[in-house]
Design a protein around this ligand. Structure first.
Ligand SMILES: [Zn+2]
Length: 294
């Protein structure tokens, strides 16, 4: 599932391709992805509108468009589990799972989603209550500490809460906790000041690194959507990619393999119905305690 870095890479890629393009026609193939915007309102608002800008907020894409009368409004996009957004030559057949298509001359903008959990909607409420951007100035170790102190939930589960910090999902929560050497099962309120500081730093390092790495990878926008052809959302773990990319994730998906830091085996547990990967050596409180007493 795409998280902040993948969405950021997509936004940077799409922004120059869309700026100045006017939507001549809107084709809605799956109404579900527009919810709760009614299809007729969606069409009426977007036909004749011109793309002005594209930004990211958490895992959301914010398209800013100007209507025929110059009024600017946002269109909110979310890739869900399997969504993809790309420009597609008009003379080629549409992909099987195309959900929304904007006709814009020689190229169409396609929102494709095999499972239809994604969104392309005029409803702005999902982005209104998001927590701070982890790479922005408003995200400080102090604000993170205040939020963590309030909860007894495991720290990994809390990192997935978009009200606490926006844009982190299952992959980067595991990666940040690994970098910070923190046990994902530890109750959030029990993290020390030093541990919160390490986690705050790790979140920013992991995300910045992933954005930088993702930006160097050729994206396959007109691919079939199969994992092995999807150069965007699974970069780092896709079969057939260069070894450099495979090694991008240091703990996620590596269950049973040796830790890159201490050689202990990488373990997996389930938290809030999601898989968590962590090192059974350098990320467990017991080992840290033992190390301290040596
Ligand atoms: Zn380790």
């Amino acid at each position: 599932m795409p998280e902040l870095p993948e969405v950021e890479v997509l936004v940077r890629h799409l922004r120059p391709l869309l700026q100045g393009k006017t939507i001549a026609q809107v084709d809605i193939l799956r109404r579900k992805v527009l919810k709760p915007t009614p299809p007729h309102i969606f069409k009426k608002s977007l036909c004749g509108a011109t793309f002005q800008d594209l930004c990211r907020r958490g895992k959301y894409l914010l398209f800013y468009l100007a209507g025929p009368h110059g009024l600017t409004f946002p269109l909110i996009g979310h890739l869900g589990m399997t969504g993809r957004m790309y420009l597609h030559p008009t003379d080629q057949p549409l992909p099987k799972h195309a959900a929304v298509v904007f006709r814009m001359g020689e190229l169409d903008f396609v929102f494709e989603d095999t499972r239809f959990f994604g969104r392309l909607t005029l409803n702005q409420s999902p982005v209104e209550n998001l927590g701070p951007e982890p790479l922005g100035e408003e995200f400080s170790a102090e604000t993170l500490a205040v939020n963590l102190r309030k909860s007894r939930r495991p720290i990994k589960v809390l990192l997935l809460d978009q009200h606490i910090v926006a844009g982190i999902g299952n992959i980067y929560a595991s990666e940040a906790l690994f970098l910070a050497r923190l046990d994902p099962r530890k109750p959030a309120c029990r993290l020390t000041k030093g541990e919160v500081q390490s986690l705050w730093k790790a979140i920013r390092v992991v995300l910045r690194h992933a954005v930088a790495r993702g930006s160097t990878i050729p994206l396959n926008y007109s691919g079939t959507g199969k994992t092995e052809n999807d150069g965007l959302f699974y970069f780092g773990s896709a079969a057939g990619l260069a070894g450099d990319y495979k090694e991008r994730l240091r703990v996620y998906g590596r269950v049973g393999q040796p830790c890159l830091r201490c050689k202990h085996v990488i373990a997996k547990c389930v938290q809030a119905a999601r898989s968590t990967y962590y090192c059974s050596g350098c990320q467990t409180a017991a080992v840290r305690k033992r190390t301290k007493t040596v």
